[in-house]
Write a protein that binds this ligand. Structure first.
Ligand SMILES: Cc1cc2nc3c(=O)[nH]c(=O)nc-3n(C[C@H](O)[C@H](O)[C@H](O)COP(=O)(O)OP(=O)(O)OC[C@H]3O[C@@H](n4cnc5c(N)ncnc54)[C@H](O)[C@@H]3O)c2cc1C
Ligand SMILES: *[C@@H]1O[C@H](CO)[C@@H](O)[C@H](O)[C@H]1NC(C)=O
Ligand SMILES: *[C@@H]1O[C@H](CO)[C@@H](O)[C@H](O)[C@H]1NC(C)=O
Ligand SMILES: *[C@@H]1O[C@H](CO)[C@@H](O)[C@H](O)[C@H]1NC(C)=O
Ligand SMILES: *[C@@H]1O[C@H](CO)[C@@H](O)[C@H](O)[C@H]1NC(C)=O
Length: 509
């Protein structure tokens, strides 16, 4: 298992070592950077697409483009392919170099240090591949790996369509889709990955294949949740659906209404199948700019644009502190709710049965967590979110209908709640503290869920901490399936052995 290896102080020391070795040779025309992986990319003709630490501002700007301060590692070099051919050349070059680690990045929203970046190695940064192309004749939108969801929605709005994309405008397409992708549209259309009808994939040997329901069918299924274990996706073709302005936004209630809000989210989840156009999440959040106390934020969306639909009658009866819910576009709501970048993050996830008691317990543990953290952190430095999202059984049914994914949701009985804890701080020292305290809270909630028979083993990979084992949580059947697909499409294990970050089949415990 990869551990969030080093402290940033240690990382800075490592960078000095890497920086000094390239300094002498980073000239207009390189033949050697002195670093094997970077040299192999130069030899493959990718020199113009390489960024080194010596490329001062360009390099620093790119490093700080990772959303989480925790993931702003400093690779030996960053390669930015412009098209599929260049991705293929890069993969081939790194493969033939025989050694050296690398990472793969699309939108750079992975919250943890090794999620999509690397310290001692090369980062393949797909950021320049950010086109969105819609074909009205087929209703299929072709997405390169690194547009931001806000731009995708905006383009599609011009045609009156949408796809199950992210709820935050800046999240990238690539990671979201290979990890699943929970969307405001999931009730009608499933997770983002379930809308992928075809993927173009660069395999470990540099070959480019299509994966869809008739060609490379198993690879297609494994890509939906298998997070980069089989290759690099260079294009996602998604089936779009008609969509117009939605009604949505957030409101908040005082924490004294915890039981009422918990009951409302549980009722909503149990009745969700009758209101698939709706989306709902609750968020026990400590945010000093809003309140000195934890408040219960609630995100309410009706993707048909119906105002105050009956699905939300119960929650809307609970008194509110504020409310900004209105009719707006999907791209509008996505850019109105952008989570700020540049903080150190600790995220943990669990899945539990749809039961009021787990929500109440989480609220109680969250209260304790915030007060513990405020003893060691200044209130200005801390933001927490303790979120619950409905994960009803019928989401899994949609996935199965659309060809299946490997997320394991279809093996769960009944309706579940997806829990996410996010804690942010402003320094590396905070990161250590919030990680330790967050892990303890997660363990306590997990133990409680188990004690009342409400534990569901699933861990959502896009939210997981590196100490968690999401691929294992998909269940033995999916794990064995993914291992077979990896063995077929990457027989030498390039994406297993040479990618020390992300979540890898080879490191499942
Ligand atoms: C502010 C914020 C809001 C979020 N909102 C949502 C939400 O509404 N719903 C939800 O489900 N999740 C959400 N997430 C989680 C999000 O889905 C993940 O962070 C996701 O990984 C982001 O995708 P990315 O391309 O930006 O990530 P990156 O950090 O670039 O990549 C993440 C992982 O995917 C792999 N990967 C990326 N691109 C490819 C590719 N083309 N081929 C193969 N592997 C690839 C990377 O190697 C890495 O392991 C949110 C995260 C943040 C930070
Ligand atoms: C795509 O990337 C290029 C290069 O980084 C950038 O100039 C452009 O604004 C991006 N386009 C979109 C839609 O984000
Ligand atoms: C599946 O891939 C094959 C081979 O590239 C292609 O001909 C076919 O159109 C693809 N199907 C879909 C649905 O994209
Ligand atoms: C949680 O609530 C806070 C306060 O309203 C908000 O800033 C944040 O965006 C919310 N998070 C999500 C994922 O909705
Ligand atoms: C929510 O569910 C509970 C328990 O089943 C029930 O007593 C209550 O009436 C429901 N509330 C609404 C508004 O449906």
């Amino acid at each position: 298992m990869f551990h969030r290896a080093a402290t940033p102080a240690l990382l800075a020391g490592l960078l000095l070592a890497a920086g000094s070795s390239v300094a002498a040779s980073s000239q207009a025309s390189l033949t050697s950077s002195g670093i094997k992986g970077c040299d192999a990319l130069i030899a493959a003709g990718l020199e113009s697409q390489l960024i080194f630490p010596t490329d001062a501002t360009t390099y620093e700007d790119r490093v700080s483009s990772w959303w989480s301060a925790s993931s702003r590692l400093r690779p030996w070099c960053i390669v930015q392919p412009r098209n599929t051919d260049e991705v293929s050349s890069a993969v081939k070059a790194l493969s033939e170099a025989g050694a050296g680690s690398f990472a793969v990045r699309s939108g750079g929203h992975s919250h943890w240090a090794g999620g999509s970046n690397i310290q001692n190695g090369v980062t393949i940064d797909l950021g320049l591949m950010n086109a969105t192309t819609y074909d009205p004749a087929t209703g299929v939108v072709s997405l390169q790996p690194a547009p931001r969801w806000g731009d995708v929605f905006e383009t599609l709005e011009g045609y009156g369509v949408a796809v199950s994309g992210g709820r935050d405008a800046n999240v990238g397409v690539g990671g979201f889709l290979v990890g699943g992708g929970n969307s405001y549209y999931s009730g009608r259309h499933g997770f983002g990955c379930d809308g992928v009808v075809n993927a173009e994939v660069v395999l470990a040997d540099g070959s480019v294949v299509s994966a869809n329901s008739s060609t490379n069918r198993k690879l297609w299924k494994a890509l939906k949740g298998g997070i980069g274990n089989f290759g690099i996706v260079t294009r996602f073709d998604m089936q779009a659906f008609p969509a117009g302005p939605l009604w949505g936004g957030s409101r908040a209630s005082a924490k004294s209404y915890t039981s009422e809000v918990a009951q409302a989210v549980v009722n909503f989840t149990d009745g969700y199948e009758n209101n698939p156009e709706a989306a709902f999440l609750i968020n026990f959040t400590y945010q000093p700019t809003i309140s000195s106390e934890v408040v219960i934020a609630q995100v309410l969306v009706d993707t048909d644009g119906v105002e105050n639909p009956p699905a939300f009658a119960e929650i809307q009866e609970i008194p509110e502190l504020f409310n900004d819910i209105k009719v707006r576009t999907m791209s509008g709501i996505a850019s109105d709710y952008v989570l700020p970048s540049g903080y150190y993050n600790a995220w943990f996830t669990l899945t539990m049965k749809n039961d009021v008691r787990v929500v109440e317990k989480a609220a109680e543990l969250n209260e304790q967590l915030v007060s513990d953290l405020l003893e060691v952190m200044s209130s200005d430095d801390l933001v927490t979110q303790c979120l619950f999202q409905p994960l009803p059984k019928f989401f899994a049914d949609i996935g199965v209908e659309k060809g299946g994914n490997v997320l394991g949701m279809d093996e769960v009985e009944g309706n579940s709640l997806l829990w996410l804890l996010t804690i942010t701080g402003t320094t590396p020292e905070h990161e250590a503290v919030i990680h330790t305290k967050g892990a303890a809270m997660k363990a306590a909630l997990d133990e409680y869920a188990e004690s009342i028979d409400a534990k569901v083993p699933l861990l959502y990979v896009n939210y997981a901490d590196p100490s968690q084992d999401p691929l294992k949580s998909y269940g033995t059947r999916n794990l064995r399936f993914m291992e077979k697909v990896a063995a077929k499409y990457d027989p030498d294990g390039l994406f297993q052995r040479r990618v020390p970050g992300s979540f890898r089949l080879s490191r499942v415990e």
